[in-house]
Structures are given as C-alpha cells and as structure tokens.
Design a binder for this molecule. Structure first.
Ligand SMILES: CC(C)(COP(=O)(O)OP(=O)(O)OC[C@H]1O[C@@H](n2cnc3c(N)ncnc32)[C@H](O)[C@@H]1OP(=O)(O)O)[C@@H](O)C(=O)NCCC(=O)NCCS
Length: 202
C-alpha cells in the first residue's frame, strides 16, 4: 500500500507538501534539473504532445518561462509544479494539472520523473497530491490521465493513485491514447480502483 494521505497545501505560495515531497512552482534556475527530466529520451518519448525535438538548456529556460506565465494566469488548482525532495530540495520531476485540448473541459494530470529517480513512488505521491488539491480546494469531481499505448510505468502510476481505465481515444492531441480517470471518491483507495477491468496489453 502506498502512503499518500498526508497533503498540505499553501494556496498563496502554491506549495504542496506530502510525506516526502515539496511540489513548488517552477523557477528559471531549475533549467539544468529540468533538462535531466524533459531532455532525456526515456521521458520525452512518452510526452503528450511530444516536444518538437531535443531540449537544450536555452529551450528549457524558454519552456520554464512559459510555464511560469501560464501558472500566473491560471490560478489554483491548475498549473505545473516541480517535484522536489522535501529535505534536500533536489528536483526529482514535474507534475501538472491542465485542461486537455481540444475541448479543455477535461483536466489532465501528467507526471514526469527523472529516470534516475524512478522506482521510489515519487510520481504516484505527487500525482495524488495534485489530485487532492483539485478535489479539496476546487470542488472538482474527476481528473484524467492520457497515456500512450505501451507506457506501462505510467499506467502503473495511474493505478497506484486510484485511477480506472476508461477507454482508448484519438480525441486528444491527434494521438491514439489510453484514458484513465480518477474520481474524488477513489482517491485514497489502497488498491487499484477497479481491479476487474481488463486493460489492453498492446
Ligand atoms: C510515469 C513515471 C512518472 C512513473 O515513475 P515511477 O517511479 O516508475 O512510478 P511511481 O511513482 O508510481 O513509483 C512506483 C515504483 O516505486 C516503488 N516504490 C518504492 N518506494 C515506494 C513508496 N514509498 N511508495 C510507492 N512506491 C514505491 C514501487 O514499488 C514501484 O516500483 P517498480 O516500478 O519497480 O514496480 C515515470 O516512469 C516517468 O517519468 N515516465 C516518463 C514520463 C511519462 O510517461 N509520464 C506519464 C505520462 S505524462
């Protein structure tokens, strides 16, 4: 069982604290750490939409700058956060809650963790915290994750947070994607929310 229940939210600083993590707004001086996440193929190949190409430090600073402006415009519960180690401050990854185009009526959680930090539950802990703040502070009843076929690690993380597989669609980003949904009532389930759903193995 994954221990996720501890979530503290500061709406002014937009900081979200969990047992091991501090989620905080991105800063420009995160550029090198962010390159170790978004600039590596193990992460970039799974992003939806895909990045236009390899990401260098200059590209990353431009992306961070755009993310910071987007955050200032959106207000909670939407946004992008750097996932950091609460004790050391090390940037471990990124997590976002954003409207899904084209309709923008569904909200998507996306997770990215630096490959060297996979296997510690940081993605699931951060995803849970962002969903928690969306449900508790903004009155949302459901959020989604869209996952490329074969992205088994992302599927496992979605299930750990309590998400259910709801189907396959080409509705988002012009890609064929599997859709997972998290309902507020399922957030803290210790086991996958719907164990009898047979997911595709492709
Ligand atoms: C998807 C992604 C964030 C998942 O990261 P992850 O570290 O594999 O997954 P989780 O955060 O769910 O951690 C679960 C793993 O940590 C282990 N773990 C260790 N300590 C843990 C703890 N305290 N709590 C939970 N899990 C723990 C689990 O056993 C599991 O290990 P396993 O993968 O060997 O089975 C990561 O693979 C990634 O960044 N992928 C590329 C980008 C991507 O695909 N994003 C999703 C679409 S936007």
């Amino acid at each position: 069982m994954v221990e996720h229940r501890h979530v503290d939210i500061d709406p002014v600083s937009r900081h979200i604290r969990t047992r091991r993590l501090l989620l905080r707004p991105w800063r420009l001086d995160d550029d090198i750490a962010a390159c170790a996440i978004y600039g590596v193929d193990e992460v970039a190949r799974w992003l939806c939409p895909a990045l236009p190409g390899p990401v260098d430090r200059g590209d990353m600073r431009r992306m961070l700058s755009a993310w910071m402006a987007e955050r200032d415009a959106a207000g909670l519960p939407l946004g992008r956060w750097a996932i950091t180690d609460k004790r050391s401050g090390q940037v471990l990854g990124g997590v976002a809650l954003l409207p899904l185009p084209p309709g923008c009526s569904d909200l998507e959680i996306g997770w990215q963790i630096a490959p060297a930090m996979w296997g510690h539950g940081y993605g699931a802990e951060a995803g849970h915290a962002v969903a928690h703040q969306a449900f508790e502070n903004a009155g949302l009843s459901e959020v989604f994750a869209v996952v490329r076929p074969d992205n088994r690690r992302a599927v496992a993380t979605a299930r750990r947070v309590g998400m259910e597989w709801v189907g396959e669609t080409t509705k988002y980003y012009g890609l064929s994607l599997h859709v997972y949904r998290l309902r507020k009532a399922d957030l803290d389930l210790p086991e996958p929310a719907c164990a009898d759903v047979t997911e595709p193995t492709t």
